[in-house]
Design a protein around this ligand. Structure first.
Ligand SMILES: *Cc1c(COP(=O)(O)O)cnc(C)c1O
Length: 415
């Protein structure tokens, strides 16, 4: 089974070490030193997932069965839109985005390792969207883990805020009187603060290898359902973690035609794929805000997994504007009656542009009901909220206001 090395070094560590560290001590990201061949056996999402993960982490996680059935306990349906185009719906988890796959699985893996070590950790997350709620929900109630979430007060949508502040065991939500940059700065400062050295802080963001491994599973599952070795996967992308999951599955032997990385106006990666000298750019705010990333952190990992020439052969990139995103939501709804969220709509527009023959699987990363304002802008009505979302408004909430300063956060972390 693979060991892990930093993208900037050669030392090998166990999966446990890579998972608990997140970022390597030299600042690099962990990548596997080898990829095990995938065993495709199984006929349900859970059974296929179990056999894939067995090849990767089976020597260190002995109860994979219960991890998979407990963490991935929601359906992953494939919806045909006609003409070989399919949508793989990854938003049926508790917080209605694909981030549930990584967060829920990683939480259980972490909790098991910490239990054996007899250690406790506090996960500190600055969030403006899907990651925060997926981490809060995925890690809630896990032994030896507590979660502290920071979000900018008044700067997230009403649905997003509700998802962050509902009361969960072991989770504290802090409404920072500032913007998202303040939240990120406070988290960064807390990690470097000698006054908090004894708190054992860790992060759970998308650079953790523990979030990437579960993101291979739905590629394998979709290829299985389509019974095809020639699927083109179209991935709504920001930090490139979802895409990296697909690339790991492919390197593990999953046969497929290629990937289409669909980005919004934050188009570094499409620019890189079409010419050699692209540079990171400042982040721009768009309607598909979970993909607003000017400098994708997983790019470093992707480069170390695939030489640039091979990357350009396997992956194509497209950038879609907000106007085109709204237009895509309207077109798809009129043509097939399918209601896509803004992130999925970016991917559907990218697919339309490249006009690819044969089976195409568009990964749908969020439920449209998470973005009622944008759906209304595109289509003139609001999507019906699934039970999971509707019931949030019945639940108890708990949120603590905090000044945008490290001292205020330190105070709270010590109580
Ligand atoms: C996080 C997110 C993305 C982007 O995924 P990356 O792994 O960062 O590329 C796309 N869509 C939604 C809804 C997300 O929450």
């Amino acid at each position: 089974m693979p060991r892990y090395r930093s993208t900037r070094g050669a030392d090998l560590v166990s999966f446990e070490e890579a998972l608990l560290r997140g970022l390597a001590p030299d600042g690099g990201l962990y990548v596997p030193d080898s990829v095990p061949p995938i065993d495709f056996s199984g006929d349900s999402f859970q059974s296929i997932s179990r056999s894939v993960l067995e090849q990767w982490v089976g020597d260190e996680i002995t109860d994979l069965d219960s991890v998979v059935t407990d963490a991935l306990n929601f359906p992953v349906p494939l919806v045909p839109l006609g003409g070989g185009l399919h949508v793989v719906e990854l938003f049926h988890g508790p917080t209605l985005s694909f981030k549930d796959f990584g967060a829920r699985t990683m939480a259980r893996w972490m909790s098991r390792f910490l239990d054996t070590r007899g250690e406790d950790v506090t996960i500190l997350v600055a969030t403006s969207g899907d990651t925060g709620s997926a981490v809060a929900d995925g890690f809630a109630g896990q032994e030896r883990i507590r979660v502290v979430l920071l979000y900018p007060k008044g700067k997230v949508s009403p649905v997003q805020e509700r998802q962050l502040i509902v009361k969960r065991p072991g989770v504290r939500a802090l409404a920072v009187e500032g913007d998202f940059d303040d939240c990120q700065r406070m988290v960064k400062d807390a990690f470097l603060d000698p006054g908090l050295a004894d708190v054992n802080l860790t992060s759970a963001n998308s650079i953790n290898i523990g979030r990437l491994l579960p993101q291979m599973l739905y590629y394998v599952w979709a290829a299985h359902l389509l019974a095809s070795k020639d699927v083109l996967f179209c991935v709504p992308s920001g930090n490139l973690g979802n895409l990296t999951g697909g690339v790991l599955a492919h390197l593990s032997g999953l046969p497929l035609r290629g990937f289409l990385a669909a980005h919004n106006a934050n188009d570094f990666f499409p620019r890189f794929l079409s010419k050699a000298d692209a540079a990171f750019a400042p982040t721009r705010a768009t309607l598909s805000n979970a993909m607003d990333v000017g400098a994708p952190s997983n790019f470093e990992r992707l480069k170390s997994l695939l030489p640039a020439a091979q990357m350009r052969e396997l992956i194509r990139g497209e950038s879609v504007s907000d106007e085109q995103t709204l237009e895509s939501m309207r077109r798809v709804y009129e043509e097939s009656g399918y209601l896509a969220d803004p992130h999925t709509a970016v991917a559907l527009e990218a697919v339309r542009r490249v006009n690819a023959p044969g089976p195409v699987a568009v990964l749908s990363t969020a439920h449209p009901a998470k973005f009622p304002e944008t759906v209304r802008e595109a289509l003139g009505f609001e999507p019906e909220a699934p039970v999971r979302l509707a019931e949030l408004w019945e639940r108890e909430v708990e949120v603590e206001p905090v000044a945008p300063a490290l001292e205020a956060l330190r105070e709270l972390l010590r109580t």
